[in-house]
Design a protein around this ligand. Structure first.
Ligand SMILES: Cc1cc2nc3c(=O)[nH]c(=O)nc-3n(C[C@H](O)[C@H](O)[C@H](O)COP(=O)(O)OP(=O)(O)OC[C@H]3O[C@@H](n4cnc5c(N)ncnc54)[C@H](O)[C@@H]3O)c2cc1C
Length: 379
């Protein structure tokens, strides 16, 4: 198994992650480091790199190309590359993103409870966002900025929740001693606040999948486009056989624990698919010498001697191989074996069948799954 990860999870700008029971307040970088240690502890490989393209090979495998040159092949791909938060173009917003410029009350609400909160409206859903943040503070101001004028009913809701509405465009953020202190309008007026709320456009990181025929599609909420995602079924299977997705790349509102759960689901479905293929291959091999399976690729660019397959997959499971291969020559229910068989449960390095570990962890990762042929005695 090989993880290819550029190492920049979406919540990296935040000091702490919340909403993951038992891991509340953990630093995103620490969560990542612990997850990596668990994967390598079970024999998984992790490579820091940026995938720029993926393509289908003639034999049905995939080829995954990294930015700095090397490529790996894989039997299956699990893509968990997350999304890009496209922030409104307001000076100071990008710099303070994840610290005091926020979007999600489930992630940051507790920290800014009872503090003055400024909502920078950029679209029709901003009213809803203001109502969400109103649960955490009685001091919420709604800056119309670039959003369309709210309707009568929305004005009624804002008034009923005592949310002040300020007309005019926001020119920037006021920062004092490295703390957000206010919002400045184009006319120069400054409104004090401790947190600024924005609604980024959520864009799936999926450009490298276009060579596989997978395009991100627009996602709407209440009829308004909020971003793009890669469509998949409930298990994460995409329209391209052999390619799964999990986490924010396919579900824009998924949080860390949800991304982990999606990774578990996709991992299990993917492994089912591998089991089916391996079994089909084994049955065909028993039937005669005609089908010895398609050739597996041989080496990673990172020098392991293990034959490699490759796919990025969502965090939450790891596939590994255990134990040395054991050849047995007994008959099975009277059918003579044509060649030595690998005993059930003993799959060593180089033998295809994998075991799945469900790991109680957090975000989706990119994983390249190494799955190779046996050097001898493959059934
Ligand atoms: C500021 C902020 C704070 C947040 N706080 C919380 C919180 O407190 N609690 C919570 O539950 N959620 C929080 N979230 C949401 C959380 O970040 C996401 O739910 C979670 O990161 C989704 O996990 P994921 O695995 O899908 O994507 P990510 O965590 O973004 O992981 C994607 C990984 O893929 C890598 N990658 C991307 N493209 C490539 C490529 N081409 N090649 C190789 N690698 C690539 C990235 O470097 C990254 O490591 C927050 C979000 C933000 C923006």
């Amino acid at each position: 198994m090989l993880v290819i990860d550029s190492g920049r999870p979406r919540n990296a700008p935040a000091a702490h992650a919340h909403g993951y029971l038992t891991r509340d307040g953990v630093a995103p970088a620490q969560l990542l480091a612990e997850g990596r240690a668990e994967v390598t502890g079970y024999g998984g490989e992790i490579v820091t790199g940026n995938v720029v393209a993926a393509e289908r090979l003639d034999d049905g495998d995939f080829r995954v190309v990294l930015e700095d040159g090397p490529a790996v092949t894989a039997h299956r791909l699990l893509v968990t590359t997350g999304l890009v938060d496209e922030l409104p173009d307001v000076p100071g917003v990008a710099e303070r993103w994840g610290r005091e410029v926020l979007h999600c009350p489930y992630c940051h609400g507790w920290e800014v409870r009872d503090q003055p909160v400024a909502v920078l409206a950029t679209g029709p859903l901003s009213v809803h966002q203001a109502l969400m943040w109103r649960q955490w503070s009685k001091d919420v101001t709604f800056f119309l900025h670039t959003a369309p004028e709210p309707g009568d009913e929305e004005y009624e809701q804002l008034a009923a929740r005592e949310i002040a509405v300020v007309d005019g465009r926001v020119a920037g953020l006021e920062v004092t001693d490295d703390r957000l202190t206010g919002v400045t309008l184009e006319d120069g007026k400054v409104f004090p606040c401790r947190a600024a709320v924005v609604a980024p456009r959520f864009t799936a990181r999926a450009g490298f999948l276009t060579t596989l025929g997978l395009e991100a599609t627009e996602q709407k909420k209440d009829g308004h486009v909020i971003g793009s995602y890669v469509a998949a079924d409930a298990t994460g299977a995409t329209a391209v056989p052999g390619v799964w997705v999990a986490g924010n790349v396919t579900n824009l509102t998924e949080q860390v624990v949800g991304a982990a759960g999606a990774g578990v689901r996709a991992g299990a479905a993917l492994n089912e698919d591998l089991i089916a293929e391996e079994t089909r291959r084994a049955v065909a091999a028993r039937a005669g010498p005609g089908d010895r399976g398609r050739p597996y690729s041989s080496r990673t660019p990172w020098g392991t001697s293990r034959p490699q397959g490759a796919f990025p997959f969502a965090f939450g499971f790891a596939a590994c191989r255990t134990g040395p291969p054991v050849a047995v020559t007994r008959t099975v229910r009277g059918l003579p074996r044509r060649r030595p068989a690998v005993r059930h449960g003993a799959f060593g390095p180089g033998h295809g069948l994998s075991r799945v570990l469900i790991m109680p962890s957090c975000f989706a990762w990119n994983v390249l799954y190494a799955w190779g042929p046996s050097s001898s005695g493959r059934v």
